[in-house]
Design a protein around this ligand. Structure first.
Ligand SMILES: *Cc1c(COP(=O)(O)O)cnc(C)c1O
Length: 370
């Protein structure tokens, strides 16, 4: 069938999402027992043990539509963040919120300014909406070029999108850079501060959460997919001026997120002990990985998220490295789709995962660098 004749150019030019390999697939394909899936920035500790009974209870009511505004959860999140309930909106993951942003705010001839190496989900949703993307290259140390971003904003720029800390680099805007960025953004432009890794970054000395330096034209995104370990349930939220939230409510799918996801998130949000353990695991794992890479003279970026980026010589080396690790049962993510073909992203896992990573790295690295 000639489907293309039905398809507008902005959709035709999108590439279909290529899913990473599942644990079961890798086990089968290479005949392995132990797999470390360090490819998708998931929480390798799982999620709070309180989630399963909350989900079991919610399952008894799945014949009913969910609460479209996630009232209970919304109150919990608003209270903890010191904002009003009208400033918070829940959807099926921050990716859904990004889609809501693209559906709500763009006129046909407007553009968005972002970085060339940041979360691919924004590139995709902007592409679906046919929005022109102005991508400013990251600096040679893989940080945002604040001046370049500010200079690229024009009269047709509706949105600046930045993940802070960034994915896939793990780098971030420091306090001074964030303030300079926000203060430099004109009133006709929205800043989307995607804080998917907020829980890991919060408390880092010169990291400034957007909520601590608020402006009416800033929309903050957070998620339950990373530190809370609920990626499979699809739930995230936005914090913004209530007048913006009211408009976003119009384009949100009425009954997202599911009731099960809302119940799970509420349980997970209350378990601060599990959250603390998840954050400590990542902090210790990052330090261990830095020491390991330093010993091997491998190049990487220092991160305040739950992943570390390994920098290879070129795309070919990145492909060989990732494939070699896969054959040892370590699933990693090449980030060509994020704009960095020579880099590989490593999610911090459990101690066992990191041991598996190091042992496999020793074997694969000699075939790469000799
Ligand atoms: C993982 C990630 C998301 C996606 O989060 P979901 O809530 O699972 O849709 C959004 N933004 C960034 C920067 C991410 O790394």
């Amino acid at each position: 069938m000639d489907a293309e004749k039905f398809i507008p150019e902005n959709i035709r030019s999108l590439k279909p999402y290529v899913a990473g390999k599942t644990i079961a697939e890798v086990k089968n394909q290479y005949g392995l027992e132990t797999i470390s899936k360090l490819a998708s920035n998931e929480n390798r500790l799982g999620c709070s043990p309180t989630v399963s009974s909350a989900v079991a209870d919610a399952i008894t009511r799945i014949q009913d539509y969910p609460d479209p505004i996630a009232s209970k959860l919304r109150k919990a999140v608003a209270d903890r963040n010191g904002v009003s309930e009208g400033e918070v909106l829940f959807a099926a993951g921050s990716e859904s919120i990004i889609s809501i942003l693209c559906r709500t705010f763009f006129e046909h001839d407007e553009n968005a300014v972002t970085a060339d190496a940041t979360f691919v989900g924004f590139f995709v949703q902007a592409g679906v909406r046919g929005v022109e993307l102005v991508k400013i290259p990251v600096t040679t140390d893989y940080k945002y070029d604040v001046n370049g971003i500010l200079e690229a904003i024009g009269p047709k720029t509706k949105m600046v999108y930045l993940a802070n800390p960034n994915n896939p680099t793990g780098t971030y805007l420091n306090r001074e850079e964030y303030k300079r960025l926000v203060d430099g953004i004109p009133a006709h432009t929205l800043l989307i501060a995607d804080e998917a890794y907020f829980e890991y970054a919060d408390g880092v000395e010169d990291y400034l959460p957007a909520l601590n330096y608020r402006r009416d034209n800033v929309i903050i995104l957070r998620t339950f997919s990373k530190a809370y370990g609920l990626a499979g349930l699809r739930i995230g939220y936005a914090i913004a001026h209530p007048d913006l939230i009211t408009q976003m409510m119009k384009t949100k799918l009425t009954f997202e997120p599911t009731a099960t996801a809302q119940a799970a998130a509420l349980a997970a949000y209350s378990d601060t002990g599990f959250l603390k353990k998840s954050i400590e695991l990542v902090e210790n794992g990052r330090e261990r990985l830095y020491r390991f890479f330093d010993e091997k003279n491998a190049r990487y970026t220092r991160s305040i998220s739950n992943s570390v980026m390994l920098i290879l010589k070129n795309e070919e080396e990145a492909i060989r490295f990732t494939q070699g690790m896969l054959e040892k049962g370590v699933i990693l993510r090449r980030i060509n789709a994020f704009g960095l073909p020579n880099c590989v992203r490593i999610t911090i896992g459990t101690e066992k995962d990191m041991g598996h990573f190091e042992k496999s790295f020793e074997e694969v690295w000699t075939t790469i660098r000799n």
